[in-house]
Design a protein around this ligand. Structure first.
Ligand code: ZN
Length: 323
């Protein structure tokens, strides 16, 4: 703003020093001494904290790795894409961090950023819960969608965020994913969806369950155009998301150690009255049994996805030519 030149650039300030003729400051150059007698020499100064100096460490500077139990410096963890450098445990990633990880810089065009849920069932406490999650994450709902460039491929991308109400799929998650899939179909782009979810959003009842069919319907049209869809399962991906779009992909990949399943292990154990095998519902367990095609470490993710798309888009082009 032109009226506040003191806040402009260093280079500019020397040209725009504020001088208003006739309005000189009446304030003295230094603060005059207090009229009260100086008592600073009469009392012995008290120690500030009352004991030896303690080194203060800000809360949240360190975190404990749940797998190897090592204490990890949070900044170091973030610099390593939230992967523990001792044991390669993959911590959760926010949706925006993952978008930045996957698409080329400045190439992401977000879609439907302001779409927000309405409390259609008037579920007690839902609106305040939504608001709290919006404030916590800075997102309107649990998914970010848009178009971006991944190396030499333009892609339609959806990325879920577990920190927004457990990544639950309500009508906004379903609608945003459906729209980005339809955009991909319209423009002839591959679709990549990165899932992390506790399942359908119970506050929206039947409306959240309907998203399962809607997203799968949009993917069926995308598939009819012989366009590839890659599903990335990250920790954790459960229930309604796992039972719908996340598992109808041409290629299903997962991050190492991701917990993946439909019902939780406790529910299954209680229902079947059987002991569950080691590593039950992990990415590795499911890869051994054929549900997951590949497990890709986070550091290799972008490169590997682009490599898969090289093959799949070449297949799409030859299939389209053949009609
Ligand atoms: Zn670790």
């Amino acid at each position: 703003m032109s009226e506040r030149p003191e806040k402009s650039d260093k280079n500019e300030t020397k040209f725009f020093t504020r001088r208003i003729p006739g309005v000189e400051s009446k304030e003295p150059m230094v603060t005059p001494p207090s009229s009260a007698p100086d008592q600073s020499m009469l009392k012995k100064p008290k120690p500030v904290s009352g004991g030896p100096k303690k080194r203060m460490i800000a809360e949240g500077t360190f975190t404990k790795c749940p797998k190897c139990k090592e204490t990890v410096f949070r900044k170091e963890l973030e610099a390593n894409l939230n992967v523990c450098r001792h044991c390669e445990h993959h911590f959760m990633l926010t949706a925006w961090d993952r978008v930045h990880l996957l698409v080329d810089e400045d190439s992401f065009e977000q879609m439907d950023a302001d779409m927000s849920s309405v409390d259609v069932l008037e579920f007690p406490g839902y609106l305040s819960k939504l608001e709290a999650n919006q404030q916590k994450t800075g997102m309107k709902d649990a998914v970010i969608t848009g178009l971006g460039q991944m190396e030499h491929h333009r892609i339609a991308l959806g990325v879920m965020d577990f920190s927004f109400n457990g990544g639950s799929m309500g009508s906004v998650v379903g609608e945003k994913l459906t729209r980005v899939i339809e955009k991909g179909t319209e423009l002839g782009l591959p679709v990549i969806i990165c899932s992390t979810s506790g399942g359908a959003r119970m506050y929206e009842g039947m409306f959240s369950l309907m998203q399962m069919a809607k997203t799968c319907g949009a993917l069926a049209y995308h598939g009819k155009r012989k366009l590839p869809f890659i599903s990335l399962l990250t920790d954790p991906t459960m229930a309604g998301v796992m039972a719908s779009f996340a598992t109808v992909a041409d290629l299903i990949i997962a991050e190492p150690g991701a917990r993946i399943g439909f019902a939780g292990p406790r529910v299954i154990k209680d229902t079947t009255k059987a002991d569950l095998p080691d590593g039950f519902q992990t990415a590795e367990f499911l890869q051994d049994r054929g549900l997951i095609d590949a497990i890709v470490p986070r550091k290799e993710l972008k490169e590997q996805l682009a490599y898969y798309l090289d093959f799949m888009m070449a297949g799409h082009r030859s299939a389209s030519k053949a009609g």
